[in-house]
Design a protein around this ligand. Structure first.
Ligand code: ATP
Length: 358
């Protein structure tokens, strides 16, 4: 276990700036997920941390030690990548033992540690098999075992679940979380899947265009996105955003043809914005249906098992709203909506950044 510190990392490939002045501190034993859309630079950050890329500027510290110029083998890290290529000509046991053999660990010790990690990952029965005789999920577990067996201070994972089907993914996600708690390795995990990020991370680092845009616990990222991008990227369906104007007379929020009370927490920010446009954000599960001043029509109703997802068209917006699965709803139905004040998040209409709350 060790803390990891990325300091002002910058990396350019030709004309593409993959990472821009990115800093991030990961505490000892913490599980941090780097999350962002394809091409945002998250894999490059991980590769820099692993020692597979050298940054143009900035530093990497592991356990306080500057490792920026050290090769991967001298960083005390374990890696699991998307294509968790096992050696096809080696049995599972030898695949898992590989790192120990490379480090010259004596054979009895190798056997003991492979068995211990195999127990943890529930692959004891598979140790004599060849990789070709394993399912995707089993192969994945072997790859994790191979990384863990050397007891790295830091475990790095790049989309390790992306080759699994939906059910296995769900299963393995929970297993991985349990395992990380048990082993306690400081873990940095890369994904573009926001559900995975929210479920696994102690903290989530949202990356966009090579920059760190928000870093915090999943609930904070979900409920208090720093900008429209984070609000839209996190959550399925994403946060709704409505155009509004701060009433010049009474400071309330004019949305379409209705006025909503101004949230108290934004009193200060709104006082400076009388007569100006703002964006109102609200999560689909917080929109109240069948009461309230906003009128709309259901365009699509999608049963999703535990819930039903409605797409509701109002005068000038289209909102995603979740309701109970037993609420009857069909396309064409007229509904009224309320946007409860306590759940509103306000953003600057031009910069699309969150306004300060008290
Ligand atoms: P994905 O989720 O698709 O893997 P990512 O967020 O992990 O994407 P990176 O792989 O870090 O993104 O790439 C960031 C940017 O840097 C991309 O525009 C990519 O094309 C570019 N890039 C990455 N590696 C190289 C390289 N070796 N040479 C040139 N450009 C590269």
């Amino acid at each position: 276990m060790a803390e990891v510190s990325l300091e002002n990392l910058h990396k350019r490939f030709g004309h593409v700036v993959a990472v821009r002045d990115l800093s991030l501190q990961v505490a000892e034993g913490e599980f941090v997920v780097l999350l962002g859309p394809s091409g945002c630079g998250k894999a490059t950050v991980l590769r820099i941390l692993a020692g597979l890329e050298t940054p143009d500027r900035g530093r990497v510290r592991i356990g306080g030690r500057d490792v920026t110029r050290l090769p991967p083998g001298r960083r005390d890290i374990g890696m699991v990548f998307q294509s968790y290529a096992l050696f096809p000509h080696m049995r599972v046991f030898d695949n898992v033992a590989f790192g120990l053999r490379m480090r010259g660990v004596p054979e009895p010790e190798q056997r003991r540690r492979v068995e211990e990690v195999a127990e943890l990952l529930q692959i004891r029965d598979l140790l004599d098999r060849w990789p070709a005789q394993l399912s995707g999920g089993q192969r994945q577990r072997v790859a994790v075992a191979r990384a863990l067996v050397v007891r790295p201070q830091v475990l790095l994972m790049d989309e390790p679940l992306s080759n699994l089907d939906a059910l296995l993914r769900l299963h393995f996600r929970a297993e991985l979380k349990r395992l990380q708690r048990e082993v306690g390795s400081t873990t940095v995990y890369v994904t573009h899947d926001q559900v995975e990020a929210m479920s696994l991370g102690d903290r989530v680092a949202v990356v966009r265009d090579g920059r760190l845009v928000q870093f915090g616990p999943p609930a904070e990222i979900y409920h208090d996105p720093v900008d429209r991008f984070v609000g839209s990227f996190i959550g399925s369906p994403p946060m709704n955003f409505l155009q509004a104007v701060v009433d010049p007379e009474d400071g309330r929020l004019r949305v379409e043809d209705v006025k909503l009370p101004a949230p108290l927490a934004y009193a200060h920010a709104l006082a400076e914005r009388r007569g100006q446009a703002v964006l109102v954000g609200i999560r689909p599960e917080h929109v109240v249906v069948d009461t309230g001043p906003l009128r709309g029509e259901v365009v699509v109703a999608e049963p999703l098992g535990a819930q039903k997802l409605l797409t509701v068209r109002t005068l000038r917006h289209e909102l995603k709203v979740t309701v109970g699965s037993d609420r009857p709803a069909d396309a064409g139905q007229r509904v009224s909506l309320d946007l409860p004040t306590g759940h509103l998040r306000l953003l600057d209409a031009r910069t699309e950044r969150a306004l300060p709350r008290l």
